[in-house]
Design a protein. Structure first.
Length: 154
C-alpha cells in the first residue's frame, strides 16, 4: 500500500464519489427488498455488495492509501430468464421503475468516475478508479440485460 497526498480538488471529487456510492448502496439494498421478481432481488443484492466494496475502496483512498487491486472485476449475474411478457402488469411496472431508476444512477456514477479519472494525478489511483468505473458499467449492462429479457426496455 502506498501513502498518498490528495489535492484539494481530488479530495472534493473523492467526497462526491463517496456520496454517490453511499446512495448506490442504500438504493440497491432498498430496491432489493422492494423488487418482486426473485432474479431482480438477487441482482440488486449482488450489486449492493459490490457498491459497498467501492465505498470501502474510496474510504481507503480518502485516508491516503491506494488499495491493492484484486485484479479481476466482481461480476454480477447478467443472464436472466424471462419473467414478464409483453403486456404490462402492476408487478412488471413496479420492477421496471426500479430498474429504470437504478440504470439512470449507474449512468450518472459512471460519468462521475470518468471525470475523476481525468482529474486525479496518481496513475495507480486513476487505475483503481477506472476499475471501479468498469464495474459500474457492468452493473448498468446487467440491469439492461434484465430489462431487455423482460420486455421493459424500449
Amino acid at each position: 500500500m502506498n501513502n498518498l497526498q490528495l489535492s484539494q480538488k481530488e479530495t472534493t471529487l473523492l467526497c462526491d464519489l463517496k456520496s454517490q456510492e453511499k446512495i448506490c448502496v442504500e438504493k440497491y439494498t432498498k430496491y432489493s427488498s422492494n423488487a418482486l421478481d426473485p432474479q431482480l432481488k438477487e441482482l440488486f443484492t449482488s450489486i449492493a455488495n459490490v457498491e459497498q466494496q467501492h465505498l470501502n475502496t474510496l474510504t481507503q483512498i480518502e485516508s491516503g492509501i491506494i488499495p491493492q487491486s484484486n485484479g479481476g472485476s466482481q461480476s454480477v449475474k447478467s443472464n436472466f430468464t424471462e419473467n414478464y411478457g409483453l403486456g404490462d402488469t402492476p408487478d412488471k411496472k413496479a420492477d421496471s421503475y426500479l430498474c429504470s431508476d437504478l440504470l439512470a444512477d449507474e449512468k450518472h456514477v459512471s460519468n462521475l468516475y470518468n471525470t475523476c479519472i481525468f482529474e486525479f494525478k496518481d496513475t495507480a489511483l486513476r487505475n483503481t478508479l477506472n476499475h471501479i468505473q468498469k464495474e459500474e458499467q457492468e452493473h448498468g449492462k446487467a440491469i439492461y440485460d434484465y430489462m431487455s429479457v423482460n420486455n421493459m426496455y424500449s
